[in-house]
Design a binder for this molecule. Structure first.
Ligand code: UDP
Length: 236
C-alpha cells in the first residue's frame, strides 16, 4: 500500500459517454464498481467529473454561442454525470453525496468544503459537480482545487483511450513515448496537453502529486490507489 488515505479522482466526460454524447449506463456501472472497491478498501475518495460528453463551452463558442452561456451549459452537463455515478454507487450500497458549485437544492448539496471532508471521514464518496461554478475554467483545474481544499494526498486522473502522459498524442504521432515520471515544470515546458496548464501549475505550486493512467483494464483505479506503478506520476 502507498499510504494514500484520501484521493481525488478526476473522470473526464468521455469516460461517462463511452465515446458518445450522453451517458452510457454500462460504462458508469463499471466505473462505479471500481470506485466502490476503493471505498471498501478503506480509502477516502472524492470524485470530480468532467462534462465533455455533453457540452464543451469552447466548442459551442466556435459554433456561434456566447461563451459564458455555453460554459454554464457545460457545467449543467457535468451534474448529469454526477447523478449517474451517484445512482450506480448507491445501488452498490456505497453512500455518496453530490455537492455542486451551482446551487440546486433538489438535486444535490451545495459545495461546502468542510462538510465534504466530514462525509469522506464517514466513508462516503463525495462527488463534486458543476465544475467551479464559473465560466472559463476546466474540470481539470477544478479537480486540483478540490483536492487541495479537501486535503487529498493525490490527484488520480483516469483517462479513456490513453494510459499515461506521452511526449505527444500517441493517436497522432506513432513515435510518441510514455513517461513513467515527470515534473510539472517539464509538463508545462513541453506544452503537454493531457491536463490543462492551469491544473499543472496549481498542482506544481502546491506540491500535490498526480497520477495519470488508463481506465483499461478494469481495476486500475484500485491498483493505482494501492501503489502499483501504472501510468505516469507527475510531481513537483
Ligand atoms: N466548465 C466551466 N467551468 C468549470 C468547469 C467546467 O465553465 O469550472 C464548462 C466548460 O464549458 C467545459 C465544460 O464545462 O468545457 C465541461 O468540462 P470539461 O471540458 O472540463 O470536461 P472534460 O473535458 O473533463 O470532459
Amino acid at each position: 500500500m502507498t499510504g494514500y488515505k484520501r484521493v481525488l479522482l478526476k473522470l473526464s466526460g468521455e469516460v461517462f459517454g463511452g465515446g458518445k454524447v450522453g451517458v452510457d449506463p454500462d460504462v458508469v456501472q463499471t466505473v462505479a464498481r471500481e470506485i466502490a472497491a476503493v471505498a471498501r478498501a478503506g480509502v477516502q475518495i472524492a470524485v470530480v467529473t468532467g462534462g465533455g460528453n455533453f457540452f464543451r463551452g469552447a466548442e459551442l463558442q466556435q459554433r456561434g454561442m456566447d461563451r459564458v452561456r455555453a460554459d454554464y451549459m457545460g457545467m449543467l452537463g457535468i451534474v448529469m454525470n454526477c447523478l449517474a455515478l451517484q445512482d450506480f454507487l448507491e445501488k452498490m450500497g456505497v453512500e455518496t453525496r453530490v455537492q455542486t458549485a451551482i446551487t440546486m437544492g433538489q438535486v444535490a448539496e451545495p459545495y461546502i468544503p468542510r462538510r465534504a471532508i466530514r462525509h469522506m471521514e464517514k466513508g462516503r464518496v463525495v462527488i463534486f459537480g458543476a465544475g467551479m461554478g464559473m465560466p472559463f475554467f476546466s474540470t481539470d483545474t477544478v479537480a486540483v482545487q478540490r483536492a487541495l481544499e479537501s486535503k487529498c494526498d493525490v490527484v488520480l486522473v483516469a483517462k479513456s483511450g490513453v494510459d499515461g502522459v506521452y511526449t505527444a498524442d500517441p493517436h497522432l504521432d506513432p513515435t510518441a513515448t510514455k513517461f513513467d515520471e515527470l515534473t510539472y515544470a517539464e509538463a508545462m515546458n513541453r506544452g503537454l496537453r493531457i491536463m490543462d496548464q492551469t491544473a499543472f501549475a496549481l498542482c506544481g505550486e502546491n506540491k500535490l502529486p498526480m497520477v495519470v493512467f488508463g481506465m483499461e483494464p478494469e481495476g486500475n483505479i484500485l491498483r493505482v490507489v494501492q501503489g502499483e506503478k501504472i501510468g505516469t506520476l507527475v510531481s513537483a
